[in-house]
Write a protein that binds this ligand. Structure first.
Ligand code: AMP
Length: 222
């Protein structure tokens, strides 16, 4: 399965990725996590993308396309992948289609997690991330002074600079302007699975699983 998890920041892409990895045994490729890892490692690329990320702007397409092309060639992505955070522009989607075409593959489904602006803002204002492994947690802002350690690797929890309210509003606008056109792009390809991302985590997971099993059965019977 070659899957894309699609939605605005805070729509629940990262949360749903975990169960998809377990079900389909394919790697998650989260471009935001990849960029944050570059920053932590202090690479030239990390330095280059820092100001875009902290301002809630998109990193230029040419950089992102190179990163994803290289990542898709790695052996673990041979039998499928779950993309989280890519593509974010029509140019990225077109480049992805071209690359997969060269590899004799294609995107099987795009899972769109639909969430209202108010719910996104509310969710992100409660979101804290591990500084070392990017695991995500939810805490009320008044708990900010007394956060536990990350339960995965014991790392320090913090609020990502781009999860601060003023940047969050901008990231949602950037999503609407540059990324939402992909809804039409993938609808035209009959690949979009439109899911109510405001249901509980378990209900969203069940809906995704149901739709992907239907797609697999349909593919098997063709
Ligand atoms: P995320 O963790 O997916 O919310 O991404 C955090 C930030 O990384 C975004 O706000 C962008 O600055 C940058 N980023 C991640 N993926 C992409 C992408 N596909 N295209 C452009 N910028 C990206």
């Amino acid at each position: 399965m070659n899957l894309i998890l699609f939605g605005a920041p805070g729509a629940g892409k990262g949360t749903q990725t975990g169960s998809l990895i377990d079900t389909y045994h394919i790697p998650a490729i989260a471009t935001g996590d990849m960029l944050r890892a570059q920053r932590r490692a202090g690479t030239a690329l990390g330095e280059q993308v820092k100001s875009y990320m902290d301002r809630g702007e998109l990193v230029p397409d040419n950089l992102m396309i190179d990163i994803i092309k290289e990542r898709l060639q790695k052996p673990d992505a041979k039998n499928g992948f779950i993309l989280d955070g890519f593509p974010r522009t029509v140019a990225q989607a077109e480049a992805l289609d071209r690359k997969l075409d060269q590899l004799g593959r294609r995107v099987d489904a795009v899972i769109y997690l639909r969430v209202s602006r108010q719910v996104l803002i509310d969710r992100l204002s409660h979101r804290y991330s591990c500084r070392t492994c990017d695991a995500v947690y939810n805490f009320a802002p008044q708990q900010a002074g007394n956060l536990p350690r990350c339960s995965v690797d014991g790392g320090d929890l913090y609020q990502r600079p781009d999860d601060r309210p003023e940047i969050v509003a901008h990231r949602i606008d950037v999503f609407l302007k540059h990324t939402a056109p992909l809804i039409d792009y993938y609808t035209a390809q009959h690949k979009l699975e439109n899911i109510d991302g405001q249901m509980s985590v378990d209900d969203v997971r069940a809906d995704i699983t149901r739709r992907l099993s239907a797609l697999r059965k349909g593919a098997g019977s063709r």
